[in-house]
Design a protein around this ligand. Structure first.
Ligand SMILES: C[S@@+](CC[C@H](N)C(=O)[O-])C[C@H]1O[C@@H](n2cnc3c(N)ncnc32)[C@H](O)[C@@H]1O
Length: 261
């Protein structure tokens, strides 16, 4: 009897340790194939200011207007605060911005709050009704398809009714049907965070490469090897990173591409 109890407690402990260290174990098994770089590689605005020998701080360029959404509000599909800060800081330099995937509008709102006065932000999204006509392609991940439906629930956004709403143009359309030819080489900043299924991430990325201007930057969200719902994002980015200079920003799930290098 004692032997059985000891055996069971060992097994339980192993499961407990595996569960607690799930993230660490996953990152060891599922390695990033895209090179990780410091955030200062995206733009020199992110280089730190030396405040003291043991203290690095932000330069004026990356001081942003921001807000937090408390977890109790149960807003879905958001970027982390660090990722949001990177996007908001880049928005300060961008007059023409495009976002694939509005969801609650957290990132859209931050972009509008921080971009120059005359900036224009286009953001494309689906309503619940529009998801009824969607079909899952053969290559599309099942869980990402389910998430896509669950995230298409907003018709009003965090920026609705705000002072900066006038900068934002919400496009209620399936990005698969969006005509990118009206915006060739137009945008300074493009954020790809729409459908995470293969067919959509491929479509949104190919359209973004055409819409990006000479000095523009594209950022993708959710490059997380080992996470089931990010599988298609990882697969697509690993594939195109063989021909395009795409990097992952350290400590984030953001990848980026810069047109001028
Ligand atoms: C992960 S959420 C976006 C989160 C948002 N970017 C943020 O930072 O708060 C995904 C969004 O993509 C939209 N979406 C998914 N597939 C789409 C498609 N084919 N066309 C347009 N929007 C799509 C969903 O409706 C949802 O609003």
């Amino acid at each position: 009897m004692i032997k059985i109890i000891v055996f069971l407690s060992i097994i339980l402990n192993i499961f407990f340790l595996l569960f607690v260290n799930k993230k660490k174990i996953k990152s060891k098994i599922f390695k990033k194939k895209i090179k990780e770089v410091n955030v200062s590689e995206v733009h020199k605005i992110f280089e730190s200011k030396n405040i003291d020998l043991n203290l690095l701080g932000p330069k004026e360029d990356v001081i942003i207007k921001s807000f937090c959404i408390p977890p109790n509000n149960k807003v879905i599909g958001m970027t982390s605060d660090y990722e949001a800060w990177i996007l908001a800081s880049l928005s300060k330099l961008s007059n023409k911005i495009f976002e694939f995937g509005t969801c609650s509008g957290k990132t859209t709102f931050l972009m509008a709050l921080n971009s120059p006065k005359n900036a224009k932000i286009y953001t494309i999204t689906l309503t619940k009704d529009m998801t009824k006509d969607l079909t899952k392609e053969k290559l599309d991940n099942k869980i990402s398809f389910r998430n896509l439906i669950n995230e298409s629930v907003y018709e009003n956004f965090l920026f609705s009714g705000s002072e900066v709403e006038k900068k934002i143009n919400v496009i209620f359309e399936n990005s698969l049907n969006f005509n990118e030819n009206d915006y060739k080489k137009y945008f300074d900043l493009i954020f790809i965070d729409g459908g995470h299924i293969y067919s959509v991430i491929k479509n949104d990325s190919e359209k973004s490469f055409k819409m990006l201007n000479a000095n523009g930057i594209i950022l993708w969200h959710d490059y997380i090897p080992g996470k089931e719902s990010a599988k298609d994002v990882v697969k697509y980015l690993n594939t195109i990173s063989k021909e395009k200079k795409i990097y992952n920003i350290k400590n984030t799930s953001l990848c980026f591409f810069k047109n001028n290098v």
